[in-house]
Design a protein around this ligand. Structure first.
Ligand code: PLP
Length: 430
């Protein structure tokens, strides 16, 4: 364990890592916080300060940090056979779990991350449809690669990054979450063959989808012959053991997965209809070597990950963990809303499943678009996040939380009391 302060580590980090971070969203001024230990729903930074954690590994650790059964399964596998780059029995067991849990899963292909899953799903969508363009919903996030980054920043029709060729961006069509509007766009542009939806709604549900959107987009894409991809990287095994598709009974052609589905370890998966997924099979080529759709990846289904994932599937398949996490999120939302009411603030804590999001533009988000909901005053948001971090509460992002197995009513109530104190201080300081 290091005994350096966060500020000292940040100075070292900045000398060797751009911004001192490994992910855009880990950047923080004046410096990030560097963590040294995590257990359950708590974590400690290098200075020994404790935080109640509502980030839970970017929503991947629904079982909590260092869950003993997952940790044991992974460490046993590390000694037995961490990774050889070969086929192994655990990947079959893991794929069988996914086929049992997810209604759309007739076949499974493991990947290296959620981003890789959406890349592969789009390649499959293009191969199946024979059409190059993809339609995606404004504000939804599908990873950081070139192909789907345009539209991830709500209300912007250009990719939020330099380095993405215009020719690639031109293949991505951004639409509002409005099935009638989407029907019009699809009818007008015969080059669109694939439709992507983040099934929580944008930003893991901070902009929920309109009621009835998923069945309607399913019916539309089926009628018009488009490949429908549900991005369940966040919702898979969180909204229910079989994701949102199992909870709502709407089955896409392909589903992208990562985070919880990999036991909170690095990796991902694409699952879907056999007819499309079999394009990945080299056995479908006469020489049995190159498949119609190519996909590789050194660490796909690595045994050390598969061991943790299979253990996580066993624990999460009953739905009890999800029910507990949902209850804790409801308690958190209720607590935050009471704080807003007590301080006379026109704001709202809301969210589906085990999420909690904050909106500071009023007490309802009904009918608001993604750009409006996400347009929280930046000064207020940064102030709140800093005030919470100072007091030992970490959110998943500036205004969003997720809950999991290790959150207890006591931890939730402690976090709500800290939130109350942070809001009171922000009001006091103007
Ligand atoms: N899709 C969604 C809905 C996500 O939330 C994320 C990451 O947060 C991704 C895809 C990308 O996953 P990864 O970070 O594993 O590349």
């Amino acid at each position: 364990m290091t005994h350096d302060s966060n500020a000292t580590l940040a100075a070292r980090a900045r000398a060797v890592m751009p911004g001192g971070v490994s992910h855009d969203l880990r950047f923080r001024a004046p410096h990030p916080i560097y963590f040294a230990r995590a257990k359950g729903a708590e974590k400690w930074d290098v200075e020994g300060k404790r935080y109640i954690d509502f980030k839970l590994g970017a929503a991947s650790q629904i079982l909590g940090h260092a869950h003993p059964e997952v940790a044991e399964a992974v460490s046993r596998q590390m000694f037995e056979m961490p990774y050889t780059g070969d086929c192994h029995p655990l990947e079959i067991e893991w794929a069988e779990w996914l086929c049992r849990l997810f209604p759309s899963a007739e076949r499974v292909r493991f990947t290296g991350s959620g981003t890789e899953s959406t890349m592969l799903a789009l390649r499959l969508g293009r191969a199946q449809s024979g059409r190059d363009k993809v339609l995606r919903i404004d504000g939804h996030f599908h990873g950081w690669h070139d192909l789907l980054l345009k539209g991830s920043k709500p209300g912007a029709n250009t990719p939020p990054s330099l380095g993405i060729p215009q020719a690639i961006a031109d293949l991505t069509v951004v639409a509002p979450p409005d099935v009638e509007a989407i029907a019009g766009i699809l009818a007008e542009d015969p080059r669109i063959g694939t439709v992507f939806v983040e099934v929580s709604g944008a930003n893991y549900g901070s902009v929920p989808l309109p009621d009835g959107f998923l069945p309607a987009i399913r019916a539309l894409t089926e009628d018009m012959g488009h490949v429908l991809v549900f991005d369940e990287v966040i919702t898979g095994l969180r909204w229910s053991p079989g994701g949102r598709q199992a909870r709502d009974g709407v089955v896409p052609d392909l589903t992208t997965l990562a985070k919880i589905v990999t036991g909170g370890l690095p990796g991902g998966a694409v699952v879907g209809k056999a007819e499309i997924m079999e394009l990945l099979s080299p056995a479908n080529q006469r020489d049995g070597l190159a498949p119609p759709v190519s996909h590789k990846g050194t660490f796909n289904a690595a045994p050390m990950v598969a061991a943790g994932a299979v253990k996580a599937m066993e624990i999460l398949s009953t739905g009890e963990v999800q029910a507990h996490a949902d209850e804790m999120a409801a308690r958190l939302r209720d607590g935050f809303n009471k704080v807003f009411a007590r301080h006379g603030i026109g704001a709202l804590a809301y969210g589906d499943s085990s999420t909690c999001h904050l909106y500071f533009g009023g007490t309802s988000i009904e009918g608001l678009d993604a750009a409006t909901i996400r347009r929280t005053p930046p000064v207020l948001v940064k102030g709140l996040r800093d005030a919470l971090l100072d007091r030992g509460v970490d959110f998943m992002s500036f205004t969003s939380c997720v809950t999991g197995l290790p959150h207890t009513p006591d931890l939730i109530d402690e976090a709500v009391a800290i939130f109350d104190d942070a809001i009171a201080a922000l009001i006091r300081d103007g």
